[in-house]
Design a protein around this ligand. Structure first.
Ligand code: CAA
Length: 257
């Protein structure tokens, strides 16, 4: 598939999506967001792909939504455009998504990163919600996802000031999983992707589903939900393979069935 603003490739069982508009710091125009969604959906339905890595070409992961594209919008054009429905669908991807980020992770780029499941950042990466400086605010989940991750006090400070957050601060606040040297970003991200690709895919899928429910559900509802997913896994061949391999003292070979 040929895209205008992204590139995709597959390596072993990993699908890689690279934002590819480096001359504009991968700022996200609408076409690019719909291409990202299209690529995610293609990997989601591709049985050969178990894990997705999302990254950016050039010095930035993404400097946010394309300001020039949206500057002439009005409430009605935005309502009719309904561009955030693409972002909603992006959050429904069930396979693990690893974000491999570097440079600027700003605005919509930060929101895209927060839509990933795990994040590896190159040393020197900076995160920010600068929308306040443009007379607006995040619109693709930034206020919601950031607050759930770091709590109200820090979220308000960062969103109100638009200040840049270092990779270390992001790590200390549970926003990212790891910081690596810039030149090792893809290598380290692929290492993690390969580990996940060797795990039973339906377990990964139902773990993601259950963890996501923990954000919205009460503890009691979440526990009930988790239980059903646990029971469901006993209907898979991979459960039989995993437990047999343990008893037979061999390495399991999961088929995702
Ligand atoms: N939209 C459109 N163009 C952008 C852009 C953006 N978000 N970010 C960078 N660019 C363009 C610049 O205009 C510039 O284009 P030209 O070469 O044609 O002048 C090119 O990319 C390179 O950028 P800079 O020269 O500015 O690079 P820099 O290294 O000096 O600065 C930066 C980098 C600090 C990230 C700066 O580009 C910047 O502040 N960008 C805007 C960041 C921002 O405000 N993002 C939030 C957008 S709103 C949003 O995301 C809403 C939402 O929630 C959905």
């Amino acid at each position: 598939m040929v895209y205008q603003f992204i590139e995709t490739r597959m390596k072993n069982q990993v699908g890689i999506i690279e934002l590819n508009r480096p001359e504009r710091l991968n700022s996200l125009n609408r076409k690019m967001v719909s291409e990202i969604l299209e690529a995610l959906l293609a990997f989601e339905s591709n049985e050969d792909i178990r894990v997705i890595v999302l990254t950016g070409n050039g010095k930035a992961f993404s400097a946010g939504a394309d300001i020039e594209e949206m500057m002439g919008d009005n409430p009605i054009s935005l309502e009719l455009l309904d561009q955030f429905s693409d972002w909603d669908r992006l959050a429904t991807i069930k396979k693990p998504i690893i974000g491999a980020v570097k440079g600027y992770v700003f605005g919509g780029g930060f929101e895209l990163a927060l839509s990933c499941d795990l994040l590896i950042a190159a040393a020197g990466t900076e995160f920010s919600f600068p929308e306040v400086g443009l007379g607006v605010m995040p619109g693709a989940g930034g206020t919601q996802r950031l607050t759930k991750l770091v709590g109200r006090t820090k979220a308000l400070e960062w969103l109100w000031t638009g200040k840049r957050i270092s990779a270390n601060t992001a790590l200390n606040n549970g926003i990212i999983n790891k910081i690596v040297a810039s030149e090792l970003l893809m290598e380290e991200s692929m290492k993690l992707a390969t580990i996940l690709a060797s795990q039973p895919p339906i377990s990964l899928r139902l773990i993601k589903d259950s963890v996501n429910k923990a954000i919205d559900y009460s503890l009691h509802e979440g526990m009930q939900y988790e239980r059903k997913n646990f029971y469901l896994l006993f209907g898979t061949e991979d459960q039989k393979e995993g437990m047999s391999a343990f008893v037979e003292k061999r390495k399991p070979n999961y088929q995702g069935k």
